[in-house]
Design a protein around this ligand. Sequence first.
Ligand code: DX5
Ligand code: ZN
Length: 219
Amino acid sequence: MAVQISPSILSADFARLAEEAARVEGVADWLHVDVMDNHFVPNLTLGLPVVEALLRATPIPIDCHLMIEDPDRWAPGYAEAGAGSVTIHAEASKAPVRTLRAIRQAGARSGFALNPATSVEVYEDLLPEIDMLLLMTVEPGFGGQRFLDVVLPKVTRARALIEKHGGEIWLQVDGGVSAETIERCAAAGADVFVAGNAVYAADDPAQAVRDLRALARLA
Ligand code: DX5
Ligand code: ZN
């Protein structure tokens, strides 16, 4: 498993997104962009126009995490705009097979996210449609929350399901991932790590990315 780090700009300065992206250029594998609609989650961030501007402003591939209602309607547009990965939530999608296929059809990696209380086993048959499974390790909506250890057994079970299906699906964790928690996540089988506060609240975000990667590789 290759470790990948995806800094979340939710913890960056929204008035300087291009500069904030540049601070992790060359060390981050992805730039994680949290799209929140104030309905699926109780927070409001940004949408497609800002993602399009970011795509023009940085060479880092964009990892779009859609925490919105009706992702079936909106997700393909993010893929068509050029996001490298587009993730929809199981709890919000009414037609996940169609939408995951539409994301791939538009040239992006298809991501499927589960909240902490959502079981992974019921989605086993969908794994062939998924390029990246995202397990939330906080309740979605805000950066800087405390990591939920209760999700770790699901990370282990998800890794086992992925191996059973050929091992090619990436397993992402998002929420409270830091120098204190990343080794546990990696040991449980995660290989893509979103980090908001742990990167952008650091004095040197690039060094924070390097440190997180080194810790994940230790596990
Ligand atoms: C939360 C978002 C996360 C958030 C993580 O709902 O999906 O991507 O930015 O932030 P930290 O790493 O600070 O918990
Ligand atoms: Zn996220």
